[in-house]
Design a protein around this ligand. Sequence first.
Ligand code: NDP
Ligand code: 8X3
Length: 249
Amino acid sequence: MTRTALITGATSGFGAAAVRRFVAAGWRIIATGRRADRLQALVDELGADKVHAAAFDIRDEAALDAALDALPAAFRDIDLLVNNAGLALGTAPAQQASLDDWRTMIETNVLALVTVTRRLLPLLVERKGAIINIGSIAGSYPYPGGNTYGGTKAFVRQFSLGLRSDLHGTGVRVTDIEPGMAETEFTLVRTHGDQAASDKLYAGAQPMTADDIAEQIFYVATLPPHLNINRLEIMPVTQSFAGFQVARD
Ligand code: NDP
Ligand code: 8X3
């Protein structure tokens, strides 16, 4: 039986890699993101029978509803929601950070994620489907400059666990995948387009790749239906933990 997934943030990084991974296994994918040209390229590459492009800003609730209402019949029976669209903006300490950046992260990583989820939940319950949220290690481990980004991902983790409680007995599975450092456009976006800063961060570090995370998303989605991974935290071997800071006189 062909299954259908809606993957948000499919224009680059984890989302685009996940579209390719699921289509390779025979799934139909609704791919969302703002950059319509990138979504069209996925359709051209993988086929209009496999990928339906829905270009809109995930923060725009009316656009979301319109995109869902306009789904072709073959893409309406959604079995899996992958809440992947998200971003970090800035690395400044909280006392110097941009409030606009903070609002954008909260609107995208939190408000849009819960809106898409709420909109699809009745269908997912009906179909005994699944939700995979993309959290982050930043939601569990604080680091300087992580402030609001980490806060949004802590929300995603706790929301995921809360969903599990509410969906008890429905058969709907919920997982929060919490990656560490992975090379995508993430740092380019975080630094407002500083390619050199992005290259420097990943240089020599053997970060995870988008394909690494897509494989984890696919693994979680295709487990036997009686199994639920609640949280999946994954990092490159080259990334680990440092100690507490102490400020001295
Ligand atoms: P990318 O920047 O490569 O991809 C982000 C995706 O989110 C893009 O497709 C982008 O699409 C979409 N997106 C962002 N804002 C919006 C918006 N307002 N409306 C619609 N789509 C939006 O980064 P990643 O693939 O790395 O990030 C994917 C997820 O993984 C994010 O939630 C991120 O926080 C998380 N993550 C990333 C890690 C990393 O190290 N890379 C580690 C842990 C978690 P478009 O711009 O076209 O709208
Ligand atoms: C992205 C991982 O460590 O850059 O969520 O915050 S990190």
